[in-house]
Design a binder for this molecule. Structure first.
Ligand SMILES: [Zn+2]
Length: 353
């Protein structure tokens, strides 16, 4: 087990957490400033980002400067309200459509019916909290610098205007329908906030959120975005083929970058699939997953389960909930990333799709 200590002041860190359903990235931007992208937490526990910063001996209330909600799917939102309220120094950033009157009224209507998914509830709670505390959210849109500190700057690369407009149109009330009824058929992935984090010393990281191909096509076409090739890629949409575009690897990334992803499983659906793993490994040999199977169970768990046969037993994944990929490098322009894997995190070639 690698040591769990806080990075040095001039050391960049990108840590990705994911137990098999849930994704959160925690970034040290230098100088003791931290950024959190999305949120999840095990049942009845604090959000993983708060747990991690606590474990490093850091006070989230003072050290977190920016929290980004990439989109409102449940696997990215759990505990977001608690995270925002525990980090009063942090700016909160999300797609501007989520602050629109149209979205808020639909979300409020859903909250009243008790129907909404957890993700919508969390976003609604956060926006209400910000409103009550007079805090102004930072709106993410294409090619906008949303944060700058001494050690880094952060750009949102999406959503583009077209995705914004078509989303608002889809929220328009239709006669005779229940408010928000259409919400579940919408795909928040089209509003995902892809981010570019540029660290001092020249390294940068591209966070793909769950942005799908159509969104990436717009990013590639946009000639106002900052020009840079990233050495780290948080693979979009849990490695799904519907978020893959060759141009992203060719134009936005260094050759053979470090690719990191959080697997996803819900019911029978699971990502990445075998073909996704092969495709990503063909793009780069340095690819890692936060957990070694879409089930969240470790190989040991699967071995035990097989041998238990028909005996009914509940197996708690040994460490799946704490699977974490950690990348660190000095912001001196010369160093390279050091990769450390914790819990059930693994090289992607060892991932059991
Ligand atoms: Zn997701």
């Amino acid at each position: 087990m690698t040591e769990r200590n806080a990075p040095h002041s001039d050391e960049a860190e990108v840590s990705l957490f994911g137990p098999g359903y849930g994704e959160c990235a925690v970034v040290h931007a230098g100088g003791g400033d931290w950024i959190v992208l999305d949120s999840f937490g095990p049942p009845r526990e604090r959000p993983v980002a708060l747990q991690y910063l606590d474990a490093l001996g850091l006070d989230p209330a003072r050290s977190v400067r920016l929290i980004v909600a990439t989109h409102w799917h449940d696997d990215h939102m759990k505990g977001l309200g608690e995270l925002v309220s525990r980090c009063p120094e942090a700016h909160f950033c999300c797609a501007s459509a989520l602050g629109s009157r149209e979205f808020m009224s639909v979300a409020a209507a859903l909250a009243r019916t008790g129907l909404p998914d957890q993700g919508i509830r969390e976003i609604h709670a956060v926006m209400t909290h910000l409103d009550q505390t007079d805090a102004q959210p930072v709106w993410a849109m294409a090619s906008r610098r949303i944060h700058r500190s001494s050690g880094c700057e952060v750009w949102s690369l999406s959503p583009h205007d077209e995705a914004h407009t078509s989303f608002l149109k889809s929220l328009a009330p239709r006669p005779g329908t229940v408010p928000g009824r259409g919400m579940h058929s919408l795909t928040p992935n089209q509003l995902s906030v892809a981010l570019l984090v540029r660290f001092g010393g020249g390294a940068s990281c591209l966070f793909g959120a769950d942005l799908e191909r159509r969104g990436w096509t717009a990013v590639l076409r946009d000639d106002t975005k900052p020009r840079c090739e990233s050495s780290v890629f948080k693979v979009p949409h849990h490695g799904s083929a519907n978020a893959h575009l060759e141009g992203v690897w060719d134009e936005l990334l260094e050759p053979a970058p470090i690719a990191i992803l959080a697997p996803w499983r819900r019911g029978r659906g699971a990502l990445p699939k075998e073909g996704d793993v092969a495709r990503i490994l063909a793009c780069t040999p340095s690819a890692y997953a936060t957990t070694d199977a879409t089930s969240g169970a470790t190989p040991r768990d699967r071995w035990v389960k097989k041998r238990l046969g028909n005996i009914k037993a509940h197996i708690t994944p040994e460490s799946g909930a704490h699977g974490m990929i950690r990348l660190r490098r000095a912001m001196d322009g010369e160093s390279s990333w050091r990769v450390d894997l914790f819990g059930s995190a693994c090289h992607l070639r060892d991932f059991a799709a």
